[in-house]
Structure formats: structure tokens, C-alpha cells
Design a protein around this ligand. Structure first.
Ligand code: CP3
Length: 347
């Protein structure tokens, strides 16, 4: 029997008349119903670790917009927390973590076998979602890529240029590589547990891949993505993997083959025609509308949406933004994007 879910069909390499669609950060602060549930939970981390409420916010954008996929509500920084890092969020600023500056900090991290103790509520969220989603909606699990997660663990916060992580890479390569290996192993266990709890696809977010150049990209972005993908495919054959090496530029070329991922997610710094010719020739792509259109809307949103749908119409494509929707995004613009994609077949 053929696969019915459109996201899974695209990930299997099928070219569809209308691309399936979901949106990064589709459960988030631009939605009043999200803000209400988050207030009920108390704070962001309490929401992540409350399976009923995390499932509820995951479902909100599905109910409102009928997206083709639901993405688990959680955060990439739960893995560092499960490995023993302190984690908190400063309202209006972002995440804060205890830092890793050398061997002593690394030695304090927990073994990978301990992570499930912290992450069990996340698996429960997935089990709830598996039973609650509409039949046609695909459930996506996710984790951060080792490099991106390491940038936060080393600096203790988000950084514009990932300087502390680059410094540790140079000054204490052994501890830097040990940290990447620990995160890689934890990510494999975490994603396998997500799949066992009901995730039908997993996505690896390497939001800061663009700051790795040349051989460093190959070693710290490509190699970990390949290792994670190979381990997942060995244990769960048939579960598609989406890779997102954000801002990789020319390094998007060949990413499918180099890592074994089924789909490459594209940010909005690359032209869709370029990406169709250079990346989609190797398999499914996802993206790449600029998130700012969700704030500004109008004719520019419609024309860029149509351009992307057209550019990728010759191969497998999942429509998405190039990065997450921001809190000032307007739900009406999200609806306009969806209507444009779904009417796009006839435009
Ligand atoms: O996409 C989804 O709807 C699923 C849930 C999801 C969240 N974060 C929820 C979230 C996913 C997939 C993520 C991934 C994530 N988290 C990434 C990779 C993708 C990217 O955006 O580059 C990164 C780097 C993080 C770390 C993180 N979490 C930061 C830097 C911040 C603060 C910035 C911000 O947007 O506020 C978060 C917080 C966060 N994660 C929020 C949400 C909905 C906002 C928290 C809130 O409600 O106050």
C-alpha cells in the first residue's frame, strides 16, 4: 500500500503537484493560544517538560492552519540539560547555560546513559501526539546538531559569531572534540527514543553551521550529521532524516550524499533556482521563504512564495521558511502563505 502522508511521500523522493507545508517555530509566541498555554505552564522550560501542555501547543498550529506536519514542542538545549548543564531562559534575551571552558567542566557532565531520566517527559509528549494528530499529519522529532549545541554549552549563551566555541576548538581541541562526541552519542540515543515514542521523521538543526569553514565544516558539521544519520538508519531503517546546516552556502552542495540525510533544509540566503540546480538534484529539499514575510505580508510574500514553489516544482520539495517565524509574525500572513502554496499549483 502506498504512503498517504504527503510529507513522507516528498521525503521518499516523490515530486508532488502541491508541496506539503509546515513552518519552523510554528508553535510559538506569534500565536495568542500559545501565549495563553505558556502562561498556564509558568515558563518556557516548564512547558517543554509538561507533556499534556507541550502536546497542546504542538497541536495548536495544526488546528489553526492544517499544516502537513507537526513538530514536537521542545528545545535543542534540553540535551545539554540532560547531560548535566544548568539551563535557564532570560525573558527577552534567550538561553543561559553553565559554561564549558576546559577539562574540569567537561568532566562534570553526566554519561549519555543518564539522559533519559531528564528527557522522559519529551517521549511522553510524542506518545500523546501520536494518538492525537489527524491521520494525514506527519509527526517530526528533532535535536540540535553537535556543533550548534556545543556553541551554547561552551559560551553559556547564544553568540553572534560563536567565538568561544571557535576558541576552544583551537586552544583545547581534545576537550572540544570530546564534547562533540558526547553530544553526538546523546543525540543518537535521544532521537532513537523519540522514534520509539512515535516520531516519524527527525530533523537535525545545525543553526550555526555557517560559521564553520572549509575543513572545519567537514569535520564538525558533515561528520557528526553522517554519524547520527548512519546510526539512526541502522536502528530504525525507513525513518527519514532532515538535515539543516543553516547558512552553509556552497557547502549545501553534496550535503545529501556526504551525510546520508533524506532532505536538506535551506535557509533563505540561497536563491531557490540555484538550490534547485545544485542541491535538489540530489534529493528532497525543504524551505526557503524568508521569515520576515510573516511580519510584512502583502504582494512580496505572495511573489516570493510563488517563486519558491515554481523553482522547486521539478523535484521533491517541502515548503517551509528559511528559519523560524518570529514573535512579531502575523497569523494572517501565515494563512496567506499557505493559501498561496496550495493555490500555487494553478498559478
Ligand atoms: O519549531 C517548533 O515549533 C518546535 C519547537 C522548537 C523550539 N526551539 C521552541 C522554542 C524548536 C525546533 C527549537 C529549536 C531551537 N532552539 C534552535 C534551532 C533552530 C533555530 O532557531 O536556529 C535553537 C538555536 C534553539 C535555542 C533557543 N531556544 C533559543 C536561542 C531561544 C531563544 C530565542 C527565542 O526565539 O526566544 C529558544 C527559545 C524557544 N524555543 C522558544 C520556542 C517557542 C521561545 C520561548 C518562549 O516561549 O519564550
Amino acid at each position: 500500500m502506498g504512503q498517504q502522508k504527503t510529507i513522507l511521500r516528498a521525503l521518499a523522493g516523490e515530486t508532488l503537484d502541491v508541496p506539503p507545508i509546515w513552518m519552523m517555530r510554528q508553535a510559538g509566541r506569534y500565536l495568542p493560544e500559545y501565549r495563553a498555554t505558556r502562561a498556564e505552564a509558568g515558563d518556557f522550560l516548564s512547558l517543554c517538560y509538561n507533556p499534556e501542555l507541550a502536546a497542546e501547543v504542538t497541536l495548536q498550529p495544526i488546528r489553526r492552519f492544517g499544516f502537513d506536519a507537526a513538530i514536537l514542542f521542545a528545545d535543542i538545549l534540553l540535551v545539554p540539560q540532560a547531560l548535566g548543564a544548568d539551563l535557564w531562559f532570560v525573558t527577552g534575551e534567550g538561553p543561559r547555560l553553565s559554561t564549558i571552558t576546559g577539562d574540569a567542566d567537561f568532566a562534570r557532565l553526566k554519561p549519555v546513559s543518564d539522559i533519559h531520566e531528564t528527557l522522559n517527559p519529551i517521549y511522553e509528549t510524542l506518545r500523546i501526539l501520536s494518538g492525537a494528530l489527524p491521520r494525514e499529519t506527519t509527526l517530526i522529532g528533532f535535536a540540535g546538531a553537535p556543533w550548534t549545541v556545543a556553541t551554547y554549552m561552551i559560551a553559556g549563551r547564544g553568540t553572534p559569531d560563536q567565538a568561544p566555541a571557535h576558541a576552544l576548538m583551537t586552544q583545547n581541541t581534545a576537550v572540544f572534540e570530546a564534547l562533540l562526541a558526547r553530544i553526538t552519542e546523546a543525540t543518537i540515543e535521544y532521537l532513537c527514543a523519540q522514534i520509539e515514542a512515535g516520531a516519524e521523521v527527525v530533523k537535525i538543526f545545525d543553526s550555526w553551521a555557517g560559521s564553520l569553514k572549509g575543513a572545519a565544516f567537514d569535520k564538525y558539521a558533515l561528520a557528526p550529521a553522517r554519524e547520527i544519520t548512519a546510526a539512526l538508519k541502522a536502528r530504525h531503517p525507513g525513518i527519514p532524516v532532515i538535515g539543516f546546516p543553516r547558512e552553509a552556502g556552497e557547502k549545501y552542495i553534496g550535503f545529501h550524499q556526504a551525510t546520508g540525510v533524506d532532505c536538506v533544509a535551506l535557509d533563505n540566503s540561497v536563491d531557490p533556482e540555484w538550490a534547485a540546480a545544485n542541491v535538489q538534484i540530489d534529493g528532497c529539499v525543504q524551505g526557503n521563504l524568508a521569515s520576515r514575510h510573516m511580519v510584512t505580508g502583502g504582494e512580496a510574500l505572495v511573489s516570493d512564495t510563488r517563486r519558491i514553489v515554481k523553482a522547486f516544482s521539478g523535484g521533491p520539495h517541502i515548503f517551509n521558511l528559511g528559519h523560524g517565524i518570529t514573535p512579531d509574525g502575523d497569523p494572517d500572513n501565515v494563512q496567506l502563505m499557505i493559501d498561496t502554496v496550495r493555490e500555487g499549483a494553478s498559478a
